[in-house]
Design a protein around this ligand. Structure first.
Ligand SMILES: Nc1nc2c(c(=O)[nH]1)N[C@H]1C(S)=C(S)[C@@H](COP(=O)(O)O)O[C@H]1N2
Ligand SMILES: [Mo]
Length: 432
């Protein structure tokens, strides 16, 4: 290829090579029997469709708990399809029969109430786009370094395998999050119906599965934008994602988005369940711990080019990625293509929604030299995504700490550098 050709034309020429990038395997999807007549194919596929057998996007197992990670490198736009949206469950509540399932609203209310799925569907509904991110997403310690080969979420940890840090893909580092268009009833509607007493200040949300995952949230949040959602991306919420309904608590830690919701208790103080005094606190080396870090911090990641992908050669590329904040809308994303020396604004793609993924784009002509690409987001509060050095300072640790620690650090929102090697291969450069 002529290196002096305008970037755009060279890009179009190398389009075929680019298109081949993401296709790592071709699966035999149901209803796509090679050579079958169009009629047969149509019938087979009529009940519930499948992606083309030429597409290989799929979730990967997440770690020791039942769960899986979103293939962020394959997601287009700002919605994770239901079949690709990550799943994280400490306990599993699959197989709940909606005819038997109920939601109880009680505690400091004038009228305790019970709702079935049918009852909820009779009420005025809203549809909102929101991300859900696990607090441990991107944390550079054991759980995010391992992946389980074979069998999504068998929960045994069998087959766990260390993926060396350089080769972790964006799905492994950032895939414990998704963004979906949820439909349901505002929790405020149910609370008003029950009549909250003036001394109330918090809510306890509780799941129906055997482990009953629970979290407390401020009443003000519950009266603001929390959803009791029964729909996700145009269909019923999937069993593993909370069927028949779950809370969506915009911007808050993933675990607060209680699935298989069965109880909302109106209380005056946080309930201090184990999830909030143990599991989801962050312990510093000086022995102090952070509790009730409810909102997920501002963060972004480049999904193309990202670790495991390969640039076929010098020329034009559309750098793209996702930015989000638990504290509102994304105001700005900057991209650096020279290892963090200089930064330029990326274009934000509409719609830019509060507490949702924002897609960004950055046109780039690669000269073929080794470099690092990074993205840095700023939200409507003015919060800026930190470097690893800045983040380490807050935690009172040095950079070496991250190579050795087995401490799980929540809310790890550090700027993600991807290293582009001279041969076009891309690697994770979070730790250098
Ligand atoms: N009832 C219940 N709700 C739950 C969980 C759970 O184990 N039980 N896991 C939580 C965690 S840790 C996360 S990150 C999110 C993940 O939501 P998703 O499975 O729809 O991606 O659900 C949360 N809600
Ligand atoms: Mo989570």
């Amino acid at each position: 290829m002529d290196a002096k050709q305008p970037g755009r034309r060279r890009f179009l020429k190398s389009g075929a090579a680019l298109a081949g990038l993401a296709v790592s395997g071709i699966r035999p999807a149901a209803g796509q029997t090679p050579g079958a007549s169009p009629d047969v194919v149509h019938k087979e596929r009529a009940a519930y469709g499948q992606p083309s057998r030429f597409e290989a996007a799929s979730r990967i197992p997440a770690g020791p708990n039942p769960g899986s990670r979103t293939p962020l490198q394959d997601v287009v736009g700002i919605i994770a399809a239901n079949g690709l949206h990550f799943v994280q469950s400490s306990y599993s509540g699959d197989n709940i029969d909606p005819r038997k399932h109920r939601l109880l609203i009680h505690g400091m209310v004038h009228r305790p109430l019970i709702f079935s799925l049918e009852d909820l569907k009779r009420l005025p509904s809203v549809s909102r786009i929101h991300f859900v991110e696990c607090t441990g997403n991107t944390s550079p310690v054991t759980p995010s370094l391992t992946t389980i080969r074979g069998g999504i979420g068998d929960g045994t940890g069998k087959g766990s395998e260390w993926i060396d840090e350089l080769h972790q893909s964006v799905q492994q580092t950032h895939g414990k999050m998704g963004c979906a268009w949820y439909t349901g009833v505002l929790l405020s509607v149910l609370l008003r119906e029950a009549g909250v007493k003036p001394e109330a200040g918090w809510l306890l949300l509780e799941g129906a599965e055997p482990g009953h995952l629970s979290r407390s949230i401020p009443l003000a949040k519950g009266m603001d934008d929390v959803l009791v959602a029964y729909g996700q991306n145009g269909e019923a919420i999937r069993p593993e994602q909370g069927y028949p309904f779950r809370t969506v608590v915009p911007g808050f830690e993933g675990n607060i988005n209680i699935k298989w919701l069965r109880r909302v208790k109106v209380i005056d103080q946080p309930h201090m369940v184990k999830e909030e005094i143990n599991n989801y606190t962050s312990l510093r080396l000086d022995g102090k711990a952070r509790w009730f870090q409810l909102e997920m911090p501002v963060k972004s990641v480049i999904t193309f080019p990202s670790s495991g992908q390969r640039l076929p050669g010098p020329g034009f590329y559309n750098i793209t990625g996702l930015a989000w904040s638990g504290r509102g809308a994304i105001r700005k994303v900057e991209v650096s293509v020279d290892s963090g020396r200089t930064w330029k604004d990326a274009q934000l793609e509409d719609p830019v929604v509060r507490m949702a993924w924002t897609r960004f784009h950055f046109p780039w002509t690669w000269n073929g030299e080794a470099t690092r690409v990074l993205s840095r987001s700023t939200d409507e509060q003015g919060d800026v995504q930190p470097t690893l050095a800045e983040f380490s300072k807050v935690w009172g640790v040095n950079l070496e700490y991250w190579r050795k620690t087995t401490n799980f650090v929540n809310h790890f929102n550090v700027i993600q550098p991807w290293k582009i090697n001279g041969d076009g291969s891309v690697q994770n450069a979070m730790l250098g």
